[in-house]
Design a protein around this ligand. Structure first.
Ligand code: BV8
Ligand code: ZN
Length: 245
């Protein structure tokens, strides 16, 4: 399995990678639906929706401020670093992430397509201004804009459409790749999860890395059952010749 996957990976001339919360688990950032996941204490519809924010911006911001503090203490791991090596080795490469934690960029990934926004950006509901805000913890909850307006996290909530351009870029990358590597996602959130069958429909091979089964595992070319921090470095070894394509 691993050898076959490594061989496909080495041979692929164009690649797309789709990551979810699982790739940040070994960095100490809780996942959403796993044991002790973020959603355990909070139900998604209670917090990650525009309605919840309108109803109780303080509660929603307490959750995001808590997550920002967890992420600020986290460090990218060997799995994130393996994806940086892969990006450098493959001329045609796209890293599509559902994560909002920014760990891929902190590891050195350059071409990151963020489908669900970025927890380190905020947007003003009054004047619409968007900016990076990395203050941890936030000085006031909920945080306010200079204009006095309420700031919201720069992430995509349930029921909200994805950032313009991000979806198109992701779809284009998946339609045109030979190989899709899916890492650490439960593949239940759409439209992101739809990229997996789309890749298959366009003739790409799909390799999955996840300690658990997902709704797509049985239908994929290769489903590697294990943690990203161990499997990715084995899949994408350090030696210099990994870029032979
Ligand atoms: C939209 C950002 C429409 C904020 C998030 C009914 C059926 C189908 C779809 C829907 C439906 N009802 C509603 C919908 C649509 C909805 C949706 O898909 N709902 C789901 C729950 C059914 N989708 C939306 O609303 C999307 N928008 O459709 O808009 C529209 C169109 C046009 C115009 C207007 C509107 C927006 C979805 C984005 C929501 N935002 N987060 C934030 O982060 O706070 S989603 C949230 O879930 C995160 O982004 C997260 O990334 C995402 C997916 O979760 P995962 O990343 O997969 O994480 P999870 O915990 O679930 O799984 C972790 C996995 O890792 C597990 O498999 C585990 O085994 C594995 N793992 C654990 N440890 C490791 C590991 N893997 C590797 N190594 C390890 N060590
Ligand atoms: Zn403002």
């Amino acid at each position: 399995m691993l050898d076959q996957a490594r061989q496909w990976l080495r041979a692929a001339r164009s690649m797309a990678v789709l990551t979810g919360a699982g790739i940040s688990a070994e960095s100490g950032v809780p996942t959403f639906r796993g044991p002790g996941g973020l959603w355990r204490q909070y139900r998604p519809e209670d917090l990650a929706t525009p309605e919840a924010f309108r109803r109780n911006p303080r509660l929603v911001w307490e959750w995001y401020d808590w997550r920002r503090q967890r992420i600020a203490q986290a460090r990218p791991h060997a799995g994130h670093e393996a994806l940086v090596r892969l990006e450098r080795a493959k001329p045609r490469f796209a890293l599509i992430t559902q994560n909002v934690d920014g760990l891929h960029e902190r590891a050195g990934s350059q071409r990151v397509i963020k489908l669900h926004g970025d927890i380190w950006t905020v947007r003003c509901l009054a004047c619409g201004r968007e900016r990076r805000d990395e203050r941890v913890p936030l000085p006031e909850i909920p945080p306010r804009c200079e204009c006095g307006g309420l700031l919201r996290p720069g992430v995509v909530w349930f029921g909200e459409s994805l950032p313009p351009g991000a979806w198109e870029q992701a779809e284009d990358a998946v339609r045109n790749c030979e190989l899709l590597l899916v890492i650490g996602t439960s593949a239940v959130v759409y439209p992101a999860a739809g990229l997996i069958p789309l890749a298959q429909a366009c003739g790409a091979r799909v390799i999955e890395v996840n300690p658990e089964e997902t709704p797509f595992s049985a239908r994929l070319d290769c489903s590697l059952r294990g943690p990203a921090g161990q499997i990715l470095p084995a899949l994408i070894p350090l030696e210099p010749n990994v870029q032979t394509g």
